[in-house]
Design a protein around this ligand. Structure first.
Ligand code: HEC
Length: 272
């Protein structure tokens, strides 16, 4: 409980800080965020989502009253420790490569008996009016891979195909502006508005970016998943909306997660 109060205070400080970022236009936003991370080191509001997700993991849910303790994320039913570090992976029961969020939805539908529409109702939260179970669950599961090295099975043929597809998509130019992911994320030191754009074509860039999602976004006061990150970048790219859990989203995730192989997972982090 004390942690909760401390976190609530931290979240308030976060909002104040977000305002001060706006004021400090002269300084690099990256420097400001680095300072901010330091200030909040042991009070990342992401912990609130993790705690909610952990609770949700254990209680019976849906028409079938089945908990996620039957949900196999690849390491056996209910096993969360280290599972995120090996996702996306191929699941023979679904005959599909899945990332964490897609697998959670699969367990809700196949095991808990929810309709797909219900499982996908709040993929992204919006304040206390619209809370996302998926974001909380993803935060909890991912947190259980902290310190564990990313180890996506790129030699598994299905995963390998998805990785290759993701790579193709990363360099594919299209839309009204003829942008590819690589247009914004293919050089060092690039910026858009005030934001530093990571160079995701370099292994270090991909590792640093991938291992910190899901992340608490200060500017939104929300915990966000990797599906959200991709969704927002499709918007930046002026592409049509990315369907949640689509093969396109999983291919891009497989590509970036695979490129992050070898780096210790360090999320859920805190971001601007
Ligand atoms: C028009 C520019 C633009 C395009 C095109 C674009 N992004 Fe982004 N991307 C951004 C911005 C802006 C951010 C957020 C930076 C911030 O918040 O500091 C971002 C952030 C990210 C991050 C998180 C980095 C981190 O360290 O947290 C990932 C991963 C990412 N993009 C992947 C992609 C992928 C994959 C594509 C192609 C589908 C893509 N982006 C296309 C602008 C773009």
């Amino acid at each position: 409980m004390r942690t909760m109060i401390r976190l609530a205070v931290a979240a308030g400080a976060a909002a104040a800080f977000a305002a001060s970022i706006g004021a400090a236009l002269g300084e690099s936003t990256a420097d400001e965020i680095a300072k901010y991370r330091e200030a909040l080191q042991d009070g990342n509001p992401a912990e609130l989502w993790e705690a909610r997700g952990e609770q949700m993991w254990k209680v019976p849910r849906g028409p079938n009253k089945v908990s996620f303790e039957r949900c196999d994320l690849g390491l056996g039913p209910g096993v969360v420790k280290g599972a995120y570090a090996q996702l996306p992976r191929y699941f023979p029961d679904a005959k599909r490569v899945m990332d964490l969020e897609t697998r959670l939805v699969w367990c809700m539908v196949q095991q808990q008996g929810m309709s797909e529409a219900d499982a996908l109702k709040n993929t992204f939260g919006n304040g206390s009016a619209k809370r996302s179970d998926l974001e909380a669950l993803a935060a909890y599961v991912a947190s259980q891979s902290q310190g564990i090295r990313m180890n996506v099975a790129l030699d598994e043929p299905h995963v390998h195909d998805m990785y290759r597809l993701g790579e193709k998509m990363f360099y594919y130019r299209g839309g009204t502006h003829d942008f590819a992911c690589a247009t914004c994320h293919g050089d060092d030191g690039k910026r858009i508005r005030l934001q530093d754009l990571p160079n995701l074509t370099k292994v270090e860039g991909a590792q640093k970016a991938y291992t910190t999602w899901p992340a608490y976004r200060v500017s939104q006061g929300e915990l966000r998943t990797f599906q959200w990150r991709l969704n927002d970048c499709f918007r930046q790219q002026r592409f049509p909306e990315l369907a949640f859990g689509s093969d396109a989203s999983i291919a891009l995730t497989a590509y970036l997660a695979g490129r992050a192989n070898g780096a210790a997972y360090a999320g859920p982090a805190i971001k601007r």
